[in-house]
Write a protein that binds this ligand. Structure first.
Ligand code: IPD
Ligand code: CA
Ligand code: CA
Length: 259
């Protein structure tokens, strides 16, 4: 039987992302680091080179437009549009040399239908298609725990969120503890893979989370805005991605519980 069209696109997307990962590991060029919105919001020439490479490949193969963090823009989200973050975790790419990802999603009218998140240094390829399940290195991720309290899991979040959300510090103290890896895409797939119970970030962009949103959903996680409203990956904003009962517990403790 012939492979469904979405799976052919996935094969091509994975092959492209793996070539891009090899470019990140062996760039063969100066990084040439520049700051964007702040001194810790960095971009390198490798980010730009990888985005250009992925955009060229995908456009040629599929004809669908590409939105990328480092300059590729689209007129609209109507129909199919690729979303790419060439290096998610550029600070890690430069400083810690681990925990950075290439994130690629295909959206259909703004809904992610295909996803690839490549953990470049760990050489792990997380994939998903809408309704087709989530995988790591071609092995099914399986469903996350759907009967566990936030107090029994590790949570992923950052100092900025702890400062912004008055009840978060207490919630983290009640949990198994918190971690921060420095790549929103990798942090979300940690939740999908069942290693962390939830991820809270207040300021993500479409290219950070479009792919990981689908991978999370396909492994049974709930992905919403921080306050429980529905996630539209086309818009910047917050994200609360968690195992179902962790999600409801966090929502109650952080947003709904009376002061
Ligand atoms: C950043 C990372 C980081 C998150 C930032 C993102 P970048 O992406 O995902 O973990 O906290 O909000 O901008 O800039 O390295 O692609
Ligand atoms: Ca990013
Ligand atoms: Ca980036």
């Amino acid at each position: 039987m012939e492979k469904p069209e979405l799976l052919k696109l996935l094969d091509y997307a994975v092959a492209t992302v793996k070539k891009a990962a090899a470019m990140a590991l062996e760039p063969g060029m100066e990084l040439n680091i520049t700051a964007k919105s702040s001194r810790n919001d960095l971009v390198t020439d490798v980010d730009k080179e990888i985005e250009q490479f992925i955009a060229n490949q995908l456009l040629e193969f599929s004809g669908y437009p590409v939105l990328g963090e480092e300059g590729h823009q689209v007129d609209s989200f109507e129909g199919r549009v690729w979303l790419v973050d060439p290096i998610d975790g550029t600070m890690n790419y430069i400083e810690t040399k681990r925990d950075y990802a290439i994130s690629l999603a295909l959206c259909e009218n703004g809904v992610p239908v295909l996803a690839v998140v490549q953990d470049v240094v760990a050489d792990k390829t997380y994939t998903a298609t809408l309704g087709g399940g989530a995988y790591c290195n071609d092995l099914p991720l399986g469903a996350v725990n759907s009967d566990i309290d936030y107090r029994q899991v590790v949570l992923l979040t950052d100092l900025k969120e702890i400062r912004a959300l008055p009840r978060l510090a207490q919630v983290l103290e009640e949990s198994r503890g918190h971690r921060r890896y420095g790549s929103a895409a990798l942090e979300m797939v940690e939740v999908a893979a069942g290693r962390a119970g939830g991820f809270i970030h207040l300021w993500v962009s479409p290219w950070d989370i479009a792919a990981a949103t689908l991978i999370c959903r396909e492994s049974g996680c709930i992905v919403s805005r921080f306050d429980g409203t529905s996630m539209d990956v086309r818009q910047k904003g917050s994200v609360l991605a968690a195992w179902p009962t962790v999600h409801s517990g966090l929502l109650y403790r952080l947003v709904q519980a009376p002061a």
